[in-house]
Design a protein around this ligand. Sequence first.
Ligand code: AMP
Length: 541
Amino acid sequence: MLRGMMMNEPLLVTSILRHAALYHADTEIVSRTTEGPIHRYTYAEAWVRAQKLANALAALGMQPGDRVGTLAWNGFRHLECYYGIGGSGMVCHTINPRLFPEQIAYIINHAEDRLLFTDLTFIPLLEGIAQELAGLKGIVVMTDSANMPRSSLPNLLCYEDLLAEQPDAFDWPLLDENTACGMCYTSGTTGNPKGVLYSHRSSILHAMAACMPDVFGLSASDVVLPVVPMFHVNAWGVPYAAPMAGAKLVFPGAKLDGASLYELFEAEKVTNSAGVPTVWLALLNWMDATGKRLTTMRRIAIGGSACPPVMIQRFKETGVEVLHAWGMTETSPLGLANTPKGKHRDLDADGTLALASKQGRPICGVQFRVVDADGRDVPRDGASFGRLLVRGPTVCSGYFGVADSPAHQAVPGWFETGDVVTMDADGYVQIVDRTKDVIKSGGEWISSIDLENIAVGHPAVQEAAAVAVPDEKWGERPVLVVVPKPGASLTRDDLLAVFQGKVAKWCIPDDVRFVEALPHTATGKLLKSRIREMVTGAPAA
Ligand code: AMP
């Protein structure tokens, strides 16, 4: 073997912010703060403050490898944590505040967080679980001294006071690129959450992939607003990808309603955004009601749950391109992204929409297989379906503190996603369902996602879920649970009529239940186990 003769420079996340500070020094980072006002500064200033934070962590006695938790919205201080903590050789452990308090306490203790950074919003939440957080050395409130809360929490520190005392420069350690820099627990609906540990190397490779033209397509002339939270899978890598490209960053803080997002999109001339379908539904409805249009937005990445075709269509009508993407906490998250190829240029409108509604094609570096129950690859014909397996340098090899994870290693060396999919000859993958959500009727599989996409295409439907109910003859049958749009009148038969001709007769739901709201997981996905319970009256198995 002849070794290459290139410099063995480790891939470290600090190199991203250093690059942005050197060559995009005056590019802005704009944040809607928890305290209220809009905060603006530049990559040059963020870089200095990340170093001040690293000095503060050292002064507090934190050691390489220590886990440092964050309970925070998307904002400039959270960005400083990503780089200051990770760059110091510690692990920035982002925690989802939407989880149940007892799950949050479990996660903090399981990760053995030594320090926790929190936004003001979450002080009451932390007060409620304070008894269970004995392992924490301190809690840093991400605010200035004027806004420090009165609280019964012990060892409360003020972020701005901590930074104020520190020098501007930090001697960043030259780490091995496989050192962990970030951590996020999966918010599975069953069992305890499990921790995924991202490395410097995986984060850099993922950010490079995220910038590519057929993924987020970021450049130094873009303005990026991640709606997807920094507490969930690193906001899909945007806090690394945007400074890598030199794009301006805009953080929405805690205000994620249609009106507040629209205001920031327009005021800051945002060109790219990313988030789960629920957020975009709220924005689209608000824009419809007020007659507003997005004037600078170019591309919105939508994933986390299936993006209904009607959403792609509605954005298209306002001049915005939707990038449907697929990922998991365990895959950093980006794995599939959907843009057309040159040969799709001549597709008609229906064909274009059908293609865009798929979850996308593999991002180079992430390998995929679709296998049957015996682990044999199924044909790549866009029709045969099977279990989606994945591997690559941005895919997790195990969970933190879990001896082995056999459920995810059914096929050795491959991570079992839990998704059932088809793949076509061009590599476009379509998610049929989560393995546990697919409806099995008379030995055939019905995709709950297909049924939901059709239901939300009805103009009077706000949100819809399709779930299986036990059936003596067929095993399971589909039932729709629907939230009508406010003020709309909608009957069962009206709704079922839209399925005619769109799916085989036996796939049409047997019944429709109307409800005022549907339950969601902490990451905004439909909580299918709870919806099944609502329909059958029986607790989830
Ligand atoms: P999480 O790790 O909580 O982000 O959840 C990952 C799961 O979300 C995947 O395994 C999929 O089931 C689902 N998911 C993510 N993106 C999509 C998408 N675009 N369409 C359908 N399901 C998706």
